[in-house]
Design a protein around this ligand. Structure first.
Ligand SMILES: Cc1cc2nc3c(=O)[nH]c(=O)nc-3n(C[C@H](O)[C@H](O)[C@H](O)COP(=O)(O)OP(=O)(O)OC[C@H]3O[C@@H](n4cnc5c(N)ncnc54)[C@H](O)[C@@H]3O)c2cc1C
Ligand code: FES
Length: 371
């Protein structure tokens, strides 16, 4: 049996030959990031110090040649072919909240902008994965602890479609973790896409009172409370939900360094959250928000792409951390530019809103949600 050793964590893990490396690391709860699980986002980078893996099927943007030459690999795109020794890229501020399975009820659904909804859920119980029962969740249980997550994380939500089949997608928590913990309520900002298997249910099958299943929290693009230095949060569309959660949490934590939010929208009609940004700016002298509208910015407002606005304003990212959420195109382009400008990968925390892979759309089983 191949052995995966991670000396920095004192770990020697047994794996099966031909197994996916990310799957093994996650099975043993190794603190590694992941998001797309198909070689697109670069979240699962680690350093191959010894041995070989079969690395294939990833996007060059997720692992540039120069990083590959330094021994960096993508765990999600690596198959185990023998013993390996690994080092993790980012273990600073590692936080792991247990993944919970919660039954939630829709409290309300509010339109924030055309086709953009705030979905507010109340936690009503727990569910278990039932072996051999297809998509059906297993036994109900009582909620024995608050739902704890870090600002910027996401959860997998499942709803029944019009035919009664379960359909699941990932969505980022929009409120702050403290509010969620005390209220037992969670908020998500969701764009309803035309023909969207999940988002298309909003307002139809998913209305006040509908039961949804939640599995989470997940993701490593969360707020690092120990960081000292400027914080930039860059959002495209509904990426504003988790980015507002990050900046609000940073400000609530008493961060005194500059906290700057760039909220990008394609059209002015899609802009939302402006009032909250203004309130935060009034309360915190170190907070600035820029609303950037790509195509039809009204007079006086900033036009163009949100990433261009960030790079027009900031020439020096020394000591900074940058958080990003929203469309893969924005997240990938801005992350690549930040790395090209010398910001270390450990200071870029990004969750792109990748659509699920075709197989996952058609065949996803509850336990495979992030497995
Ligand atoms: C980590 C993570 C966090 C996420 N957080 C959020 C969030 O907070 N809010 C949110 O709104 N979404 C979020 N997403 C995206 C979300 O999971 C779904 O992919 C999205 O809602 C579309 O799902 P659907 O079932 O409605 O559409 P699908 O049935 O999967 O797709 C229907 C059609 O729409 C296209 N499509 C899918 N997504 C988009 C898009 N964004 N823009 C244009 N066309 C699209 C597809 O290619 C397809 O043609 C997140 C994704 C990830 C991976
Ligand atoms: S590249 Fe591996 S999880 Fe996205």
């Amino acid at each position: 049996m191949p052995i995966i050793s991670i000396p920095a964590l004192g770990l020697r893990l047994q794996a099966n030959a031909d197994e996916n490396l990310l799957k093994v690391l996650r099975r043993h709860r190794v603190p590694i990031g992941w998001s797309c699980k198909r070689g697109e986002c670069g979240s699962c980078k680690c350093v191959l110090e010894r041995g070989e893996v079969d690395l294939r099927g990833y996007q060059p943007g997720a692992l540039p040649g120069a990083q590959r030459e330094q021994g960096i690999i993508l765990a999600c795109s690596s198959r185990i072919v023998g013993d390996v020794q690994l080092a993790l890229v980012d273990t600073d501020d590692y936080i792991e909240h247990p993944v919970r399975r919660l039954r939630c009820r829709v409290l309300w659904l509010r339109e924030l902008a055309p086709e953009v909804f705030a979905l507010r859920l109340g936690i009503v119980g727990t569910w278990a994965h039932a072996q051999g029962q297809g998509d059906e969740p297993g036994a109900d249980g009582e909620v024995d602890a608050p739902f704890v997550f870090s600002a910027g994380q996401y959860a997998h939500l499942k709803a029944r479609d019009a035919d009664g089949a379960w359909i699941g997608r990932d969505f980022s928590m929009a409120g702050t973790p403290v509010e969620a913990e005390y209220d037992g309520e969670l908020e998500f900002h969701i764009r309803r896409t035309t023909g969207g298997a999940f988002s298309g249910l909003l307002g139809g099958t998913i209305v006040a009172g509908t039961e949804l299943l939640l599995e989470g929290p997940m993701g490593r693009a969360y707020f690092r409370p120990r960081h000292e230095g400027p914080l930039y949060a860059v959002a495209a569309g509904t990426g504003l939900g988790p980015m507002l959660s990050v900046v609000q949490t940073a400000l609530d934590n008493g961060k005194t360094d500059p906290v700057v939010l760039y909220a990008g929208f394609r059209h002015v009609s899609e802009a939302y959250g402006v009032e909250l940004m203004e309130q935060l700016a009034k309360r915190h002298a170190n907070f600035r928000a820029h609303v950037v509208v790509e195509f039809d910015a009204p007079g006086g407002a900033r036009g163009g792409r949100v990433g261009d606005a960030l790079f027009a304003d900031v020439a020096d990212f020394r000591d900074a951390k940058v958080y990003l959420a929203g469309s893969p195109a924005m997240v990938e382009a801005v992350s690549a530019e930040l790395l090209a400008r010398g910001l270390a990968a450990r200071d870029v925390h990004a969750d792109a809103f990748y659509a699920p892979a075709p197989r996952a759309v058609a065949e996803q089983q509850p336990d495979e949600a992030q497995g």
